[in-house]
Design a protein around this ligand. Structure first.
Ligand SMILES: *[C@@H]1O[C@H](CO)[C@@H](O)[C@H](O)[C@H]1NC(C)=O
Length: 409
């Protein structure tokens, strides 16, 4: 049975809980008291987060442009930082999304030209409404010397610190760029830096467009994720939890370290029993996502953590501490329990086979929510041998072969 616990979920519009205006809306319920915010670490303000351009002056604007495609402001959009993967990863992500009937924008940042895997550019160029940013990151070696982006064992190094120069700047009255800005930050790992890309792209959409931020490497789609989202909510934001039986913030060494190193032992103690909310999968109306992204970039500025993955610490902290709670532009924030919302985070479920958990059909390779409906988005499919093999050994091969065949390669 489902229970609706509005006090947890409705922010900024509490009046509608107690009074006449209250209307349950499709897919805005969650059932877990576990996601209750923590009083112990409550942040009283700030509710206005500075823009990522805070180190530049007021007249700085976004000057970076996509290498492929064009944003359509009135569309829904899926955004991903997808740097350096092989062709099948892009095909699986984009084709499964298009097969659901989704016709909005897909926005990606990929690696610089010289780091792209074979055929990736050709494939992306022929897609409709895929907007691609190809921008050179300026990075450092582990000794702090300037360096291009580094590959290790065929993969781009996720621990490398990088700067994002030349994305902002100044334009003259005719809109011509007169100067580009240096990144004044010391350098960030790409998993942290991607939130700034998301923020830059979010500027291109209307306030009521829905935006999904998702890890492209380990996600694919089964049904249209935007099909039933409530429209014109004035700032609805969806977060997605990981399984609460399998993990908690304090139980996972990585999550515990991200919180401890960013916020100290006290914050970790206060949050150790809380369910983990995944930072790799978030959705919302543009007006709410834009604020959330400012908060995420700002969190790195305010802490002193350089670890890759720290963004998940920020994500959990800004939620459980109520730091987002009174932002004007986030009217409501719903945290979906694992397997109950649009994005199904499977990461924590590796403790036994997906088949044994009962949400995975090994015959069809379909992944379900706990209510027996197909999960619109399957995230972290690689945590189960059967599903991983199915996707990477079978589906990837088929998709790649088909593309090669159609292109006489
Ligand atoms: C902001 O900085 C740019 C680049 O240095 C400069 O051209 C512009 O005049 C400055 N604007 C203001 C309002 O200070």
């Amino acid at each position: 049975m489902r229970r609706f616990i509005p006090s947890l979920l409705l922010w900024g519009t509490l009046a509608i809980v107690n009074g006449k205006e209250f209307k349950p809306i499709i897919r805005t319920e969650s059932t877990s008291e576990l996601f209750e915010r923590s009083k112990k670490i409550e942040v009283i303000g700030p509710t206005i987060f500075p823009k990522p351009t805070r180190y530049l002056n007021e007249s700085a604007v976004v000057v970076v442009e996509p290498a492929i495609g064009r944003h359509r402001p009135d569309k829904d959009v899926v955004m991903a930082y997808a740097e350096g993967y092989g062709l099948p990863y892009y095909i699986c992500f984009i084709d499964t999304l298009r097969q659901t009937g989704f016709d909005g924008d897909i926005v990606l940042a990929i690696a610089d030209y010289n780091l792209l895997e074979a055929h990736v550019l050709d494939y992306l160029k022929e897609q409709d409404n895929v907007v691609v940013y190809i921008h050179e990151l300026r990075c450092f070696t582990s000794k702090g010397e300037h360096s291009p982006r580094i590959k290790k064992n065929g993969q781009l190094d996720i621990f490398q610190m990088c700067q994002l120069h030349d994305v902002y700047g100044w334009k003259d009255e005719d809109g011509n760029v007169i100067e580009k800005a240096e990144d004044k930050r010391i350098g960030r790992v790409v998993a942290t830096l991607r939130y700034e890309w998301y923020w830059i792209w979010a500027q291109e959409y209307n306030p009521d467009s829905w935006i999904m931020l998702i890890d492209a490497r380990d996600s694919y789609f089964q049904t249209d994720p935007f099909a039933d989202v409530p429209r014109n909510q004035g700032g609805l934001l969806y977060f997605f939890g990981e399984n609460t039986e399998a993990t908690r913030l304090g139980k996972s060494t990585k999550n515990a370290n991200w919180l401890r190193r960013s916020y100290g032992e006290g914050t970790l103690q206060a949050l150790q029993e809380k369910p983990t909310i995944c930072s790799g999968s978030t959705m919302g109306e543009q007006v709410a996502i834009e604020t959330y992204l400012r908060a995420m970039v700002n969190e790195w500025d305010e802490t002193d953590i350089k670890m890759t993955g720290a963004d998940q610490g920020f994500h959990n902290y800004i939620y459980y501490s109520s730091k987002l709670a009174s932002a004007e532009t986030i009217k409501r924030l719903v945290v979906w329990e694992q397997g109950k919302g649009i994005i199904n985070n499977l990461g924590a479920l590796r403790t036994k086979k997906f088949e044994e958990w009962g949400f995975y059909d090994t015959e069809t390779s379909d992944v379900y929510n706990w209510d027996g409906r197909l999960s619109p988005v399957v995230h972290q499919y690689d945590r189960d041998n059967h599903l991983h093999n199915h996707i990477v050994r079978e589906r990837f091969k088929d998709m790649k072969n088909e593309w090669m065949k159609n292109h006489n390669k």
